[in-house]
Write a protein that binds this ligand. Sequence first.
Ligand SMILES: [Fe+2]
Ligand SMILES: [Fe+2]
Length: 357
Amino acid sequence: MLQTRSADIAVIYDSEPACNAVVSVLSGYFAFREIPLEKYANGGSPDTTLNIFCASMDDKAAIGQVKKAIKICQGEILFVLPTHNSDNISQLRQHSKADYFLLPLDAEKFREAVKSALNRPIEKSWSALEPAKRKALKSAVVSFEKCFDQVANGEPIPMDDIVSSCQHIREAAELGGLDSWINALDDHHDYSFRHSMFVCGSLTYFAQAIGIRGAELDQLTLGGLLHDIGKCRVPLDILDKPGKLDRRQWEVMKQHPVHSQEIMHRENDMDADLMAMAVYHHEKLDGTGYPKGLSNGQINDHVRLTAIADVYSALIDKRAYKGSMTSEMALEIMVTLEDELDMDLVHEFRSFTLDKG
Ligand SMILES: [Fe+2]
Ligand SMILES: [Fe+2]
């Protein structure tokens, strides 16, 4: 199931229409279990990460059961109500500040709300990390979301926020420990954020370890964070599809470097090398990549490094259609991709990752 990873969702219902709507919107995207409201209110399921109440609220007894259930519920909460009734909603508000949705459900908005609710405990868990890592992750999750939202709305990249997050990411990388960086992000349910942070972290930790400093390091961190910015223009039903993309969807997905180019082109003073990392990281040394089909001599070192970080991040990530891989397994595959990736850099990256993780 897509992005549910270690999450646990309970759909708690006494309203069939609300429950049916939730089940149809979540199916295929998230794993969940259904529990009758009465049963939940009398025994609960207190360890559930997210509790979605599909509540009829149509009489005193039903409202009473919802109140009882909220009291014993320890995880995140969302409500789905079949109809709007301001009295019922104000009653709910006295017991919970959780978001509520009305039928008909907007599928994308509801799935986004589910993802945010699932991410809240993960983001809270970052408080236990070393201060530099915690600061970097907390800053990046805010600036990355702002960046994706603004750019999707046709606004400029919020460069000040992104550059400030990159500064924190470099400070975190000075401590080493790419493994713990990856682990902290591994269960995050926002795929674009998780992937971009895997790539950005892999580039920054590796570059730092091999002695890259100053403006060049700044550039690799920034380029890593923004390398898939064009994906904000890919429809969510393709970006978050819980299975393999079909031919038409794959063609849409392959446009993301072109979108990145358009987005970055609009920015004043966008560095050409930074743009190259975003636009050409899917090019392959043998000329079979996209969007331009560039080959060996046309692909610079920063783009080669981004391609390595991108392939590595995709392999170790868990998606709906594939399980995650260990670093060792991912690197075993990468050392066979001599037609695509720069093997000198792959071997250097391999030693770094396996030695210093
Ligand atoms: Fe990409
Ligand atoms: Fe990527």
